[in-house]
Structure formats: C-alpha cells, structure tokens
Design a protein around this ligand. Structure first.
Ligand SMILES: Nc1ncnc2c1ncn2[C@@H]1O[C@H](COP(=O)(O)OP(=O)(O)OP(=O)(O)O)[C@@H](O)[C@H]1O
Length: 585
C-alpha cells in the first residue's frame, strides 16, 4: 500500500506529499480515523484528494494510505429498497445521523441464494450465476463485468451474506476468483455493455404534456429546470410512481437538509400503483443533504448512475432522477474554489460542462453483456437561481439532454400543472418515437403534436395582439384559435398529480382524448367558416365536457369516452340546424 503525508487541508480537500506512486481516482484512507478519500489530482510529488467525511481533527503530518483501487461501490442485491449516502453506505436513521463514517461499504445483508449454474460451466462477464429471494425486481447475481472463466465450485441453495463468496471461477490463466452476490465497480467508469442501442420507444410517463408533446426515449436524457416552487418535486414523484421503468434510482443532492428529510419520510410510504406494494421495493434512494460533506455530494451522481447501470445490466429499465443537479454543481464549485482553481462562469470550474456530459452520456439503452436489453433514462432537475435559464448549469445541461421540460412560474401561479411551458420546452426524438405511437394505434401522433404546438404558438402571438386591440376585435378565426388553445391547455395539458382519476393517463387514453379535442376543433373551424360566431361555440355545453375529459373519464371509461365523439357530432349538427333555421327566418 502506498503512503503519503498530509501537507495542507482546506475543508473537504487536502494536499499530501507522496513518496510512492498513486493513481488518479484511487480510493484513500485518510488520517488515523481512515476517512474515505479519493485522489483528484497528481502533480509531481503532491497529490490532491477530496475527503468524503468530516475532516475536523485532521492535521498536517497525518498519514494518507492508498488502496490501489479506484473509488468503487459494492453492487448487489442489498441495494434495492434502501437508502444510502453518496458513496452507497447505508444511512442510519436510528443513529440520528444520516451519515455513517467508515471506509468499507458496511452492508451485511443476508440473502437466500439459488444457484443458476453448475461446476464446469463457462461464464462470461455480466452473466447471471444465481438469483436471490426477495420482493421486487433486480434479484439476479451477476458475474463481475471484467471476469470470465470456468465455474470451479458454487455453493448450494442457502442463506449467505451479500459479500460472502458463493462462486469460484477459474480464468483462462488458471487463476481462481472468489465471487460474492455483490461485486465492486468504480463509480466514475461506465459499466460495459455488449452493444449500445438507439432509441426506439418512449419511457411512458403517464403525463400528457410529456408523452404527447415532449417525450423522452427509453435510455434517453431529460432536464427538468424550474425555479423555486414550480413543481419539480411533485413531478418527479409522479414520474417515479407512474413511469414504466422497472427500477427507480432517486439521487437527492440536498437542497436544505429538511427537504431531503421530507423525501426520506415520504418515499418509504408511497404505494406502487402497479402492485399495491411499497414503491420502495423497486427504488433506491441516494441522499445527500447540504449538511453532509460536500465532496460526497459531488460523487453521488456517479454512484447513482453506476447503480442504475447495474440494474440495466440485469435486463431492467431504470429511471434515474437527480434532484437537483444545481446543488451538485455547487459542490463542484466549492471543491474547485478550495483548490484555488481559476473560476469560470458564475464561479463554476471550467470543467463543469465536461462533468455534466460525463453524467448524461451514461444514459443508455443497451444489449447487456448477458444479451438482455436494459436501459437507464436520466431525468436531471435543475434549480436555476431566480428561474434564469441562461445560467451555466441550465445552459450546459441543455447541450446534453434530448428532452427539455421547462417549468414556468406563470403556469405554476395559474395552477396549470404540470407547469411545463410548451413553448420553452422541446424533445428531439419525435421522429423516432412516432413509429412507437403508430404501433399503439396512433398514426396521427406527430401530426396532432404539430397542430397542438402550432395552436399554442398562435395563441401566444394572438394574445399579444388582443392585449392591444381587444379580443373582440380579432377576426372570428383568430378568436376560435384562442378558444381552441384554451381548450387544449385546460382539457388536455393540465393534469393534477393529486387527482385519483387523472394522475396517470395511458397512451391509449391520451390518444382518445386528443382525437376528441381535434374533432371538436375541426368542426368548430367549419362552423365558424360558415358564419357561426365564436361566442356561440364558446357557449356549447359539449365544450364543458371536453374541458373536464381528463377528470371525468378515467382509464376504465374509455368506451364511455368514445360516445363523446357522437355527442360532439350531434352538438354541431344541432348548431348548424339552428343556424340554418335562423338564416331562413
Ligand atoms: N403536477 C401537479 N399537480 C398538482 N399540483 C401540483 C403539481 N405540481 C406542483 N403542484 C403544486 O405546487 C406545489 C409546489 O410544488 P413542488 O413542491 O413540487 O415545487 P418545487 O419546484 O419542487 O419546489 P422547490 O423549489 O421548493 O423544490 C405543490 O405543493 C402542489 O400544491
């Protein structure tokens, strides 16, 4: 083991003089207390390290010992359903501390193991060699990705500790490796896969404004920027509950300590709507509050994405939510400041952009080493100060995501939730995802989407004009455009996370709703062209039905909802008959 001696300490960072070689990103035991640290720079005979625990009490002259290994986390069956710190150490609520010091990942869970291979079998990295019992998905035991060879021995079915060897593999060179249900993987290195696959399907969120207007692909990446109180937390919780991912990884980079505590209190009580069981059974929470050492916050998003890749490699679809990447960037800024690095925009280090890229590029849809298909979809919340999207974290994030869900204060104040602004948001995989919608029986999806966005753009333009000339002075077609846009906002885009009926909307129901809205708008256009005043359209009772479609017709009412199409037809027939009679009169 290599040794160094501390020369200087500044908060979470230190410099130490080395007499033997260290590696960049090597894990360290720092000081007599053996605090966990990581080499972040090497220059001549000086190493710079960040320390993931409270450095109070450390002093120059204290020893630093290298582990010879990169900073890693232990990936195994004990992860799912639990809450960890930024380095995947269990958080103990009982101790009164969220943060438990110690170098080792102190997980000592026992699991019932069922072997899936036999002596003499050839195994490659990433293959499944057994299963553990337990609720939820993600129960496969994987051969570490870089190991392959012949099974020399495997333990019989039974209960073992997660870190106890249950398998012996002899590699091609005759070396024997002892493998446990869990294995270590360096957090800053993406886990390998057999093949990276391109986007082909959306991650269905059940939120109309996302699935219909701004979808994110499975294995894609989305940003959720929003100022204080615009609905980030509620939306992330809705996504966690309703999106069609198998596993949820939630990384909370502390806003204030009590907010993270809210998440920690709330999540364990959420019910999984698919199974009626606790949502935690398929969730992993990585929690960093602002009272934890800042360096652990920096590492936590890499830990989270490593965990997500581990489940992806079991053939699962994972949604990773990072809340909020702005706090993570602040940790980067603080560590950089301590090191005396030249500050860039708003004091962030110049490498902010490349670090964000490293994170988002690990979103992926892959054929795993064992041939299974899995994905990691990343959703990064951003909290721009004063809601200013031109600040560095938001603007750099924009470069790496393919879906941008801009939360808007105005819409939040109007209680038009989810408060995503349709004209400030975008999605880049629409052409690819149109094929998926077609397979769901909605070949008009792209056209509907184009029309809906066009309508909302016209609304913004016409509202500006109406403020000058007055709404009633606009030509009838333009008044109708405003009415149609209002209907889409009210009846389609608005969706309460707290409504029993409407908090989730399946693609099928979204399609049905969209068809009815478009049918109404088309018939209203014809009526106005034939001389019906827009005020008469606005007074039609069927319009009220459409405005409340989401709330009134749930997932089980699709048949009843299809009757609304005939009601719309009948309402316009009546309107036309009435008009003809009046014209004749
Ligand atoms: N999708 C939604 N449906 C219904 N109400 C919502 C929705 N989103 C937000 N709200 C309302 O807005 C309030 C604030 O939302 P939330 O706490 O998610 O904001 P935030 O952006 O996370 O705030 P912070 O900046 O403090 O993290 C909620 O308490 C709720 O009343």
């Amino acid at each position: 083991m290599t040794q160094a001696v501390i020369q200087w300490i500044g908060g979470p960072v230190l410099k130490a003089r080395v007499s033997e070689p260290f590696q960049i990103h090597e894990a360290l035991a720092v000081g007599e207390q053996r605090l966990l640290g990581e080499v972040i720079q090497l220059s001549g005979d000086l190493l710079t390290a960040q320390v993931y625990e409270d450095t109070t009490g450390l002093k120059p002259g204290d020893p630093v010992v290298g582990s010879g290994l990169p900073l890693s986390v232990a990936l195994g069956p004990g992860i799912l359903g639990n809450i960890f710190d930024g380095l995947l150490r269990p958080l103990s609520e009982a101790s009164g501390h969220w943060f438990q010091p110690g170098l080792a990942a102190a997980r000592s869970g026992q699991f019932r193991f069922e072997p899936g291979v036999g002596e003499g079998d050839e195994l490659a990295g990433g293959q499944v060699f057994g299963q553990v019992d337990g609720p939820g998905p993600g129960r496969a035991c994987l051969v570490p990705p870089l190991l392959s060879g012949r099974v020399r021995s495997i333990r019989p079915a039974g209960t073992y500790a997660e870190d106890e060897p249950v398998l012996e593999i002899e590699d091609a060179g005759g070396r024997v490796h002892r493998v446990a249900m869990q294995h270590d993987w360096p957090v800053r290195r993406p886990r390998p896969a057999a093949e990276r696959l391109s986007a082909d399907a959306p991650m269905v969120t059940g939120q109309r404004i996302l699935d219909t207007l701004f979808p994110v692909a499975r294995g894609g990446r989305a940003a959720l920027p929003g100022g204080f109180g615009t609905g980030k937390t509620v939306l992330q919780e809705s996504l966690a509950k309703w999106c069609d991912a198998d596993v949820i990884v939630y990384v909370g980079c502390g806003e204030r300590g009590n907010e993270m505590a809210d998440v920690l209190d709330e999540f364990p009580h959420l019910e999984d709507p698919r199974t009626g069981r606790p949502l935690m059974e398929r969730t992993v929470i990585i929690a960093n509050t602002s009272n934890m050492p800042v360096a652990a916050r920096e590492a936590s998003i890499y830990t989270a994405i490593t965990v997500a890749e581990y489940f992806r490699d079991q053939g699962l679809h994972v949604a990773l939510m990072a809340d909020s990447t702005s706090r993570w960037a602040e940790a980067l800024r603080e560590v950089s400041g301590r090191l005396g690095e030249l500050p860039g925009e708003s004091g962030y280090p110049a490498y902010l952009a490349s670090r964000l890229a490293d994170f988002y590029e690990r979103a992926s849809r892959v054929k795993a080493l064992n041939g299974e298909e899995g994905s990691v979809t990343v959703i990064g919340a951003v909290s721009p100060p004063a809601g200013d999207f031109s600040e560095p974290v938001t603007s750099h994030t924009k470069r790496y995501v393919r879906s941008f869900w801009a939360l808007d204060r105005g819409r939040a104040q109007a209680r038009s939730y989810p408060a995503i602004h349709p004209l400030k948001s975008y999605a880049e995989d629409v052409d690819t995802l149109a094929r998926w919608w077609q397979l769901q029986g909605n070949s008009e999806w792209r056209e509907y989407r184009r029309r809906l966005l066009g309508l909302l753009e016209s609304q913004a333009r016409l509202e500006r004009m109406a403020r000058i000339v007055g709404k009633d002075s606009l030509p009838p077609e333009q008044q109708l455009t405003l009415l149609a846009a209002d209907l889409m906002n009210e009846g389609f885009l608005r969706q309460s996370a707290f409504s029993e009926v409407d908090r989730f909307c399946s693609p099928k129901r979204q399609t049905a709703m969209l068809r009815l809205m478009m049918q109404f708008i088309d018939l209203a256009g014809e009526a106005v062209a034939a001389g019906t005043p827009p005020a008469e359209i606005a007074a039609m009772p069927i319009l009220r039905t459409l405005q409340r479609l989401g709330e009134e017709f749930g997932e089980d009412d699709l048949e009843r909802q299809s009757e609304v199409a005939s009601e719309i037809g009948a309402a316009f027939n009546a309107l036309n008959d009435h008009k003809e009679a009046a014209d004749v009169g």
